[in-house]
Design a protein around this ligand. Structure first.
Ligand code: FAI
Length: 509
């Protein structure tokens, strides 16, 4: 639909004045009459443009320390009147209300004031009243009025002004109105969340970025990612990232974040099928791949160190969908990018505004919880057996415990020398998870003598430690907390095994 309208007048009321210069230049060229609030008017005049103040129209100065400036029928009437309604037009004339065709607003920085630790008083004063009302009024009357609700939209406005020489079509105005409600709803969500603090009495999420995905988990499902992928990653190469890639990338970055030493992990379907910590990426890669070179095919690789040529040559020998690293040597990138579709990502440092919550849908609602950021270190371990683990076993226990935290429950991880030997993932019983891990480790010729076992939750019976002992596993890490803990402890004591409790369960459903 065309319904072109000429912009003859503009009301500009912006908190941040920067970025306005070019727009004022174009509006001036187009002979658009300007009307503005105090600070904005001063800025406009300082650039040499003519501009009336809101005060000239309303006959009122800004009052209550700026709490009331534009809130007046002569302003809102000029925005909200229906151009095709004769009664509205007559009324406007009778009361000497000027018509306003374009509204440009940039709201008081509420979120920034909260983020910078402003006092309650400062924060409350940053709740914009007049600006948000201008946005709502102009967006409601988008059939006649063009609304620019934030400085983020200046570029789109400039493009429109330059392309259509001061005209706008209905579709343009509707698009800007939609963006305006995105701004106002985000603003109100932030205010609500500030007032609600940690009460979680209701959920108001405002995510401005969205990316349509080719499809969801399967090709017959639609999929969208709401979030800002580019804030966390730079994609250097490869095909479009899919829904399942995003889930794997999330699992990979959460896992690697718990490791400080040089480490490489290989993931398939959100679980690690290989992981090792070693002095170099190449060595870590080789040890990680050993755990399951079959599953590794088509998986995702992540490391917390720069990938160099030496490591890239080895990694390149297998097909991977996604590679994530903080950096790539030039030669390494050339090698890895030989495969056209391979997604090569640089992981940037985590955003300070990263959410500390995790969400998922359930029963037509949303579940929200704190992210599991707990990582157990040597001091957190309580030795519950007569035998104390060796220093090497403690390192392996911590390594295995970090891994089991990121493995789908019921989960068991078997590790030795900071290398994942095998894991049992997503089983309906803990014994099944252990049996799966043992069978897998054996199928890739690992010797379980001296290996350690980590469990994401307590052992309800001593069967797991018994099975583990029969395979040569010497040390165990688990949260503890079962009413039959003493049976598992007694078994370990009788069979010269050591066991430590963490006191922290790490279910991942
Ligand atoms: N009170 C009002 O009537 C009012 N009208 C517009 N504002 C805001 O005042 C700011 C611009 O003020 P100035 O031009 O005086 O610097 C903008 O962020 C705008 O959103 C208002 N301020 C807060 O509500």
């Amino acid at each position: 639909m065309i319904m072109s309208k000429k912009i003859n007048s503009a009301l500009i009321s912006v908190y941040h004045k920067d970025g306005l210069e070019e727009i004022l230049h174009v509006l001036n060229e187009l002979n658009v009459k300007l009307l503005s609030t105090g600070g904005t008017q001063e800025f406009i005049q300082s650039l040499g443009y003519e501009c009336e103040t809101v005060e000239d129209i309303t006959g009122y100065p800004p009052i209550l320390g700026g709490r009331v400036k534009t809130l007046h029928p002569k302003i809102f009437g000029g925005i909200l009147y229906r151009r095709d309604n004769e009664g509205d037009r007559k009324l406007l004339k009778a009361y000497g209300i000027p018509s306003i065709d374009l509204v440009i607003v940039d709201l008081y920085p509420f979120e920034e004031t909260v983020a910078s630790g402003g006092s309650e008083e400062e924060i409350i004063e940053k709740i914009d009243i007049g600006g948000i009302s201008l946005i709502r009024a102009a967006a409601k009357n988008y059939k006649d009025v063009l609304i620019v609700a934030s400085k983020q939209q200046y570029r789109s406005l400039l493009q429109l002004l330059n392309e259509k020489k001061g005209d706008s079509d209905l579709d343009d105005r509707r698009w800007f109105a939609k963006e305006a409600f995105a701004v106002s709803s985000q603003y109100d969500a932030a205010i609500f969340n500030y007032f609600d603090k940690d009460n979680f009495s209701a959920l108001r999420l405002a995510v401005n970025e969205s990316k349509k995905l080719r499809y969801g988990e399967n090709p017959h499902q639609r999929g969208v990612f709401f979030g800002n992928f580019d804030e966390m990653f730079e994609q250097l190469h490869g095909k479009e990232i899919s829904y399942n890639n995003l889930l794997d990338i999330d699992a990979a970055v959460s896992l690697i974040a718990d490791f400080d030493e040089t480490s490489v992990a290989i993931l398939k379907h959100n679980n690690a099928c290989g992981m090792a910590s070693r002095p170099t990426v190449r060595e870590a890669w080789e040890a990680a791949l050993q755990a399951d070179p079959v599953s590794a095919y088509g998986g995702i690789v992540i490391t917390n160190r720069t990938i160099n040529r030496e490591a890239a040559e080895l990694i390149n020998s297998i097909f991977f969908e996604v590679i994530i690293a903080p950096e790539y040597d030039k030669e390494a990138f050339e090698i890895l990018s030989q495969k056209k579709n391979r997604i090569i990502l640089v992981q940037k440092s985590l955003s300070k505004t990263a959410s500390s919550f995790q969400y998922r849908s359930a029963l037509n609602g949303l579940l929200m919880q704190d992210k599991d950021t707990k990582v157990e270190l040597a001091d957190d371990l309580k030795v519950v057996t007569k035998k104390v683990p060796t220093a090497g076993e403690i390192e392996d226990l911590i390594f295995a415990n970090k891994l089991v935290k990121h493995t789908k429950s019921n989960a068991i991880v078997l590790a030795k020398n900071k290398q994942l030997l095998a894991s049992g993932t997503g089983q309906t019983s803990r014994v099944d998870a252990l049996k799966q891990a043992i069978e897998k480790a054996k199928s890739f010729n690992f010797d379980l003598e001296g290996a350690v076992m980590a469990s994401d939750a307590f052992f309800p019976f001593p069967d797991c430690v018994e099975i583990a002992h029969n395979e040569g596993i010497s040390a165990v890490i688990q949260p503890g907390g079962s009413i039959r803990d003493n049976e598992s402890i007694a078994y370990c004591d009788e069979h010269d095994m050591s066991m430590v409790f963490t006191g922290i369960r790490h279910f991942k459903h």
